[in-house]
Write a protein that binds this ligand. Structure first.
Ligand code: BEZ
Ligand code: FE
Length: 295
């Protein structure tokens, strides 16, 4: 007797239905649904592309080489998802927020736990290299009230576009990383350096793909944040430098208009001295973060 899921032999014009019907007895409904959608779209793509056997083998080899690039530190599949805009799409779907709340963007691979917790106003730049920067603002709820006890975890690349973990022995450990906690006024401020744009890793399959597609591998200069507070949705986000040449072509599509900050140059010797800087200018960035209540 023919079972429900044994719905016929494979046929080009009915291919996705024949395959998905086999999953009628799946143990997990969500898996069944996911595989039905993926099979449908994959078959539609293959029908539109009509790859030769050689082209299909190239695709298999691309995925194989991508897997071989992966280890505990390097995740070429996440990078592939990043440059295809899929990481940002998954992030958008999972961080829909009320109007006015700060938007999310990609986490990226360079966050590490255990960064030192500093008092407000500390300098997270441990090697004194780069143009001085002051970042300040408030953590607020959607009604504009200050959020007390918000944890601000910040990390950034240096003025050459490298994170500390990419330059072990060159930059001090935990350079340009720090954790701050807001008081009752919700105010935060810290000193840092103006970050620079940088390239995502290009020595793997994703780098080759970008080159073949005529795309550059750069991310515009940014500071990363994870901000959390009791009773609020955690946000993972960046603020971006508006003058960066790659602002409109981020290799991983992480830029959102609401996350573009203003970097104001300060040349006033009194303000430079007040801040304890020794150069002839610094950059001043004011940016408020707005947290949505936890649903
Ligand atoms: C980052 O901003 O750190 C990053 C994000 C995605 C891919 C590579 C780096
Ligand atoms: Fe980054």
């Amino acid at each position: 007797m023919i079972d429900d899921h044994e719905t016929g032999y494979f046929a080009e014009d009915d291919s996705a239905r024949v395959v998905t019907a086999r999953n009628a007895n799946a143990r997990d409904e969500r898996l069944k649904q996911v595989m039905e959608v993926i099979t449908r779209h994959l078959h539609a793509a293959i029908k539109e592309i009509e790859p030769t056997r050689e082209e299909w083998m190239q695709a298999i080899q691309f995925l194989t080489r991508t897997g071989h690039m992966c280890d505990d530190w390097r995740q070429e599949y996440i990078l592939l998802s990043d440059v295809l805009g899929v990481s940002m799409l998954v992030d958008a779907i999972n961080s829909r927020r009320p109007t006015g709340a700060t938007e999310n963007t990609v986490l990226g691979p360079f966050h590490i736990g255990g960064a030192p917790e500093y008092p407000m106003g500390s300098n997270i730049c441990l090697d004194g290299k780069g143009e001085d920067l002051v970042v300040r603002g408030r953590v607020l709820d959607v009604d504009g009230n200050p959020v007390e006890g918000a944890k601000i975890d910040v990390w950034q690349a240096n003025d050459e576009g490298f994170y500390d973990v990419q330059q072990k022995g060159i930059q001090p450990d935990f350079n340009l990383r720090g954790v701050f906690r807001t008081g009752p006024d919700g105010i935060y401020w810290f000193k840092a350096v103006r970050p620079r744009h940088y390239s995502i890793p290009t020595d793997g399959t994703v780098g080759q793909l970008l080159e073949d597609l005529g795309r550059h591998p750069f991310r515009p200069a940014h500071l990363h944040y994870i901000i959390s507070a009791d009773g609020f949705e955690e946000i993972t986000t960046h603020i971006f430098d508006p003058d960066d040449p790659y602002l409109h072509s981020d290799a991983v599509f992480g830029v959102k208009e609401s996350l573009i900050a203003q970097f104001n140059r300060v040349d006033d010797p009194n303000r430079i001295r007040q801040m304890g800087f020794s150069g002839n200018h610094f950059w001043d960035v004011a940016f408020d973060f707005v947290l949505a209540p936890r649903p």
